[in-house]
Design a protein. Structure first.
Length: 120
C-alpha cells in the first residue's frame, strides 16, 4: 500500500492520501482541475481530468495519463503510465505527486513526531 503526498513546486506538502483505503474499495483516484476529480489542482497547466491512480490487471498500482495536454512527467520525461514504487515522484503542472510505501510513510511520521513533540 502507498501514501500519496501532493506537494507544490517548492516541496511544501499540501495534502496526503492513504491509497490503502482506495485499494480496499477497488476504486481509483482521478486528478485534475475539474470539480468531479478526487484530487483537484487548480492550474491552467493541469487538464480537467489529467491522470488517474488505479490498480492494473494484476493488482499493481499505476499512474496513467488520461490524455492530458501537458502530460505526466517522471524525471522530466512524459509517460503514458508508470507503476508506483516507493519514492516515485510524478509532476503534473505545478504539482508533484510523491509516493511512499505505507511502512516508509509511517516511519517518517513517527520520526517527525519524535522531533516535533506530540501533536495537540
Amino acid at each position: 500500500m502507498y501514501e500519496l503526498i501532493i506537494c507544490n513546486a517548492d516541496g511544501e506538502v499540501l495534502r496526503r492520501f492513504d491509497l490503502g483505503r482506495v485499494e480496499a474499495a477497488r476504486a481509483r483516484v482521478i486528478i485534475g482541475r475539474a470539480d468531479d476529480c478526487d484530487v483537484q489542482i487548480r492550474s491552467a497547466s493541469v487538464s480537467r481530468h489529467h491522470c488517474v491512480i488505479e490498480l492494473d490487471d494484476v493488482d499493481r498500482w499505476i499512474v496513467r495519463d488520461m490524455g492530458s495536454t501537458h502530460g505526466v512527467l517522471v524525471n522530466g520525461t512524459p509517460v503514458a503510465q508508470t507503476h508506483l514504487r516507493d519514492g516515485l515522484r510524478v509532476r503534473i503542472g505545478p504539482a508533484v505527486l510523491a509516493f511512499r510505501a505505507a511502512a516508509t510513510a509511517q516511519i517518517a511520521r513517527e520520526i517527525a513526531d519524535e522531533l516535533n513533540g506530540p501533536r495537540s
